[in-house]
Design a protein around this ligand. Structure first.
Ligand code: PGA
Length: 261
């Protein structure tokens, strides 16, 4: 069964957003890396702004900590001013966050574009972390399932079924992002169960068993252990708290919860 407890290795990713240029990125990582490296049993991913990825890579390449980009374009090269190509990320990053709600809301990204990017990530050996999540208006109007269904069907169509263990989905309710108001563990699990059922419908349970679904939105050192404890939440996508050593505490909470199962 795809929701099986303990079947998947947790993944905790830090989305730095537009924080930490190359020098700051290097200094911050140097500070947290020894502690982050020491945590076993969980995939640890740091996602700096693209201009800081090379500086981060100089430190992480010899460690077990992986890098992710926060975005990329789907094309390999050409006249796309300001964009970053999968070829540029390959070799530096293992992961790439796609369709973050800030990209969708502030930069006009559609499910169709996010899908193209996800296909491009697979084609270039990058593991996509695809974000979905409803707005507060959607939740209040009981539209959460409808919105999530459209995002999953639109963003995650036509992926290579035999490589879905490379896919990470981040459930990030928009009302929980940067607000200090995390979803309850039960609400997060309910939506993640919907996401898993949709993936099963699209690709079959055998193919989706390895897909990891994270929760994101105001994850902190204080609430991480509870989110990590039960089934279905395979990790976290962490914004604000990933800019401090709290990221280490959060990562450790997921490692310990996994061990306890
Ligand atoms: P937050 O951001 O942890 O600051 O709420 C999460 C995200 O946007 O990925």
């Amino acid at each position: 069964m795809s929701g099986m407890v303990g079947a998947r290795r947790p993944i905790v990713a830090g989305n730095w957003k537009m924080n930490y240029g190359p020098t700051e990125a290097h200094d911050f990582l140097a500070r947290i890396l020894p502690d982050l490296e020491a945590i076993a049993g969980v995939d640890r991913v740091v996602c700096p702004p693209s201009i800081s990825i090379a500086a981060a890579h100089a430190l992480t390449s010899a460690s077990g900590v992986m890098l992710g980009a926060q975005n990329m374009y789907d094309a390999e090269k050409g006249a796309f001013t300001g964009e970053i190509s999968p070829l540029m990320l390959r070799g530096l990053c293992d992961y790439v966050i796609l369709g973050h709600s800030e990209r969708r809301a502030l930069f006009g990204e559609t499910d169709e574009l996010v899908n193209r990017k996800a296909l491009s990530a697979f084609a270039h050996g990058l593991r996509p972390i695809v974000c979905v999540g409803e707005r507060l208006e959607d939740r209040d109007a009981n539209l959460t399932e409808r919105v999530i269904t459209a995002q999953v069907r639109g963003s995650l169509a036509n992926l290579p079924a035999d490589r879905l263990n490379e896919l990470v989905v981040a459930y990030e309710p928009i009302w929980a992002i940067g607000t200090g108001r995390a979803a309850t563990t039960q609400d997060a699990r309910d939506v993640i169960a919907i996401i898993r059922a949709l993936l099963d419908e699209l690709y079959g349970e055998a193919a989706t068993a390895g897909v990891r679904v994270q929760y994101g939105g105001s994850v902190t050192a204080a609430n991480a252990a509870e989110l990590a404890a039960g089934p279905l939440i395979d990790g976290a996508l962490v914004g604000g708290a990933s800019l401090t050593a709290d990221f280490v505490t959060i990562t450790r909470a997921f490692a310990e919860a996994k061990q306890a199962r």
